[in-house]
Design a protein around this ligand. Structure first.
Ligand code: SF4
Ligand code: SF4
Length: 381
């Protein structure tokens, strides 16, 4: 799916943990756009898109309608990711008219969302109140809406996590079905480290979310489903982080800016340079991680390598895409837990399968040949 970033990184908040901050701070987040040019490029690619920001609802309502009408005509639906603060009645009408699927990013109610700092306590809480009201209204209006949130000390510390669960339960009752949970990334700011859990604390918190999910009727946390799906070699999850992503081409994510230029997923833009998209992928990171021992930052002998592959290069240790993810220890614990669940169902997960080494060899050969097959096709072929 294409991330359509008409306004570059322009945003009404600019959260302190936003992965676009290096681009924003370097002044490389161009916010001018030429709709005719962009529509021509989108027609050439023929791929569906998601309206992305910064904050896409900063777009004036007339141009927003032109984009949504274009998307609806081509694909019968639209997708849009927002912080939920700028949604007006007119937006609700457009969302219904042009079949818009909304992703709304908010980390909880009231002070639980404070890490999404908007400059002052008053403004932060007011924005949180508005975004929460809009989230409820979207769910009540039957507009397809998913939730994105970060797990932080602010919303998931032992004294606060039950409030977070109450909030999620209320959204569950309103019909929320999907929630994407993220580890808080702190690589842009020393200040953020105060809000982030240590690895051990993250393990405790994520396991709590995993167990809490069982109490919900509708909501699924996609992280756990995607891990399970990888352990069973089912269809490739939508979430790109398990896909052996090349940091310089970010195969799963193609951005198109307001001038119709193609660029990469911003998660790897640690230096604030919005690299243009090269044509050819390389899988050197994955070939190297497979062979490098754990004590030197690699994934050697990890039985979850076929599933995880060192995970997203945007979360690599020390901000260096060549390393494995800084969240390795967390993923290992979660994979182990889900692996055991699968075993208890009488199924052998890929991680414990006698053919695992053979499949790993096949995948390495494919990468060396410049190909990156999804796990299910590698195994089923
Ligand atoms: S850098 Fe990470 S988030 Fe971006 S496309 Fe690659 S795997 Fe996905
Ligand atoms: S769990 Fe850790 S060691 Fe295993 S593949 Fe993932 S990042 Fe590498």
């Amino acid at each position: 799916m294409i991330e359509l970033r008409l306004l570059g990184t322009k945003c009404n908040i600019g959260c302190q943990y936003c992965y676009q901050n290096p681009l924003r701070n370097s002044g490389n987040g161009n916010s001018t756009y030429d709709l005719e040019k962009v529509f021509r490029i989108l027609d050439d690619t023929g791929e569906p898109f998601i309206l992305w920001g910064g904050e896409p609802l900063l777009l004036n309502i007339i141009d927003l309608e032109k984009v949504l009408s274009f998307g609806f005509e081509r694909f019968g639906e639209n997708n849009l990711l927002t912080n939920g603060i700028l949604i007006t009645e007119k937006h609700f009408d457009l969302f219904k008219k042009y079949n818009v699927n909304i992703g709304l990013s908010i980390d909880g109610p009231d002070e639980l969302n404070d890490v999404r700092w908007a400059g002052t306590v008053e403004r932060t809480r007011e924005y949180t109140r508005i975004a929460n009201e809009n989230l409820v209204k979207l769910l009540q209006s039957d507009i397809a809406t998913g939730l994105n949130f970060q797990i932080t000390k602010c919303n998931s510390s032992p004294e606060r996590i039950s409030r977070m669960f109450d909030w999620l339960s209320s959204l569950d009752q309103l019909g929320l079905t999907t929630a994407r949970i993220h580890v808080l990334e702190v690589d842009y700011s020393e200040k953020l480290k105060n809000h982030a859990f240590s690895t051990e604390e993250n393990i405790v918190a994520f396991r709590q979310y995993k167990h809490f999910e069982k109490q919900l009727n509708n909501v699924r946390f996609d992280l756990f489903d995607n891990m399970r799906s990888q352990l069973l070699a089912l269809e490739q999850p939508e979430d790109c982080v398990w896909s052996a992503c090349d940091a310089y081409t970010t195969e799963a994510v193609s951005g198109i800016d307001g001038q119709g230029r193609k660029n990469n997923c911003g998660n790897t833009d640690k230096e604030g340079i919005n690299f243009q998209k090269p044509r050819k992928q390389g899988y050197e990171r994955y070939l190297a991680l497979y062979h490098v021992p754990d004590k030197y930052g690699g994934c050697q002998n990890c039985r979850f390598f076929l599933q995880c592959k060192g995970q997203c290069p945007g979360t690599a240790k020390d901000g260096d895409w060549r390393n494995k993810s800084e969240n390795c220890a967390l993923f290992k614990v979660l994979f182990e837990e889900i692996e055991q669940e699968i075993v208890s169902e009488g199924i052998t997960p890929i991680s414990l399968h006698p053919n695992r080494k053979f499949w790993e060899k096949k995948l390495l050969d494919q990468w060396a040949d410049g190909k990156n097959p999804p796990l299910y096709s590698l195994i089923n072929n």
